[in-house]
Design a protein around this ligand. Sequence first.
Ligand SMILES: CSC[C@H]1O[C@H](OP(=O)(O)O)[C@H](O)[C@@H]1O
Length: 368
Amino acid sequence: MKIQGKHYHTIWVDADDPTIIQVIDQRKLPFIFETFAMRSANDAFFAIKEMVVRGAPLIGVTAAYGMYLALFQLKNENWEEELNRVAEYLKSSRPTAVNLAFAVDEMMAFILANKNEADLNEKVLAKAGELKQQEIDFGDKIGEHGLKLIEEIYKKKGSAVNILTHCNAGWLACIDWGTATAPIYKAHLKGIPVHVWVDETRPRNQGARLTAYELGEQGVPHTVIPDNAGGHLMQHQMVDMVIVGSDRTTVTGDVANKIGTYLKALAAHDNNVPFYVALPSSTFDWEMNDGVKEIPIEQRAADEVAEIEGWHDKQIKSVRLIPEKSTVANYGFDVTPARLVSGLISERGICKADKQSILKLYPEKIYR
Ligand SMILES: CSC[C@H]1O[C@H](OP(=O)(O)O)[C@H](O)[C@@H]1O
């Protein structure tokens, strides 16, 4: 999508050196626009772990390019063993987004299948590019399917459609379009009036810093709200629908997403507000059935809660928010049970959050 009128993807091959993969450094947005150059699998691990890049689809594509970059560091003897270690290392960077493991496994299989090819590096770079393009296409299609939901509300209401979203499931979490934001961008581009309630999303404030930034750059009307305001807005009919993203959704429709999503789903359920989850097929976990019991929930550093970052004197500064003696619990995600989900918006269409409906969209997964 656009930043100051110029079209960007979140990740790209350096124009001058194909052994360098560039990403937008999201740690500094919206205050500073900088890129981060990845030259090794270690750089890719760092970028994912430290949230230089974040968002399930983007994490997956970054890891795919990490597997490509690993090829330049492998020694001849036992290179397959070494590559396996790199693959496990990349997977260990963040546990919840299933896209990560999906992409690493797909790249590993591709590399082994082509290991005797003279132009292996070029083929692997092209494969990572295919995964990147696939996520772009997924976001585009999610947008088209989700647009219909927004249009239906607009036709009934005849005025701006108020959509609440949590965290950042925008183009900055993907490559382009986004997942939760894709229907919003499609509606905006079609001239349908939309307004977005943007949950700030403590502690990393992906909503306040990233979703607000990207919506603003696209000219989409939006209002940043404290995480705890959503229930009140829904009680007063100020939210027409909720659209969020996902980091891992089970084949039964349980949705792992940024911490606080479950609370929004409860408020939506209590106020009969449609609660939709937008996700590509790369975010489904076809093996898991009970998301609350099985999905690994990342716990992150205490400082993310104990401190907050902002812009002061033309630089990014951190200030402490809590007493030195206080302890912190920093769960990165929660799981919304399928019973609270109105529907799933994937690149193949909209379905109910249950196994039968999901597998009807993805019949090739039935054998699992
Ligand atoms: C389209 S996936 C976006 C998803 O990822 C975010 O988590 P994080 O910023 O920690 O990577 C959040 O859960 C979003 O919904």
